[in-house]
Design a binder for this molecule. Sequence first.
Ligand code: NYM
Length: 212
Amino acid sequence: INHQSEARGALIVLEGLDRSGKTSQSGRLLSNLAGLGYPVESWRFPDRDTAVGKMISSYLSNKSQLDDHTIHLLFSANRWEKRSLMEAKLKSGTSLIVDRYSYSGVAFSAAKGLDIEWCKAPEVGLLAPDLVVYLDIPPEKAAERGGYGGERYEQLEFQKNVARHYKMLSDASWKMIDACLPMEDVEKQLKEMVLDCVTSCQKGKPISQLWL
Ligand code: NYM
């Protein structure tokens, strides 16, 4: 039996404040894993290409207004609409690097004052990441990085509140990387963490579901 072909992919999630470097690091990680011959794709949430994603995008760019609960559920729906494809990819052996996931969903909505348990509820039953890496940066430092893009939420006071909520959500399974380090150092640490995770998934670690 060729065990390699039956090995499942790993679900790797990158989290962090706006301007923490998630998107750049996702790209570098994708090339690093692909370069080593691993089947891998890079995803992001919100996925702005779906119908739900277009509503989210319009909200984020202040072109539309939505009640806080409503937008929260749309972000969650945007993950649900990708769940079956996500599962199929993992089972077929492809690892996924996902830029933001349910933790962004809860941290940003709870930072507006919504109840944290209420925020978690619609995420229950989505696939649980095999690894969550938090790119840790002080909000003030993130704000200094080339300015925010002007979307909703991209303000220092709000980001401080989001950071507090991320800390509440984090548990022992999260890996932290100091996102103030040079990009190459972050890249190297991330690659090592992810290779460990990919290996344990190949060895048969089962896929589990949120919310633990
Ligand atoms: N965001 C992202 C949420 O508020 N809830 C979610 O569930 C997700 C996935 O959207 N400021 C927020 C965080 C970001 C914004 O993300 C858009 P990005 O990574 O800048 O495209």
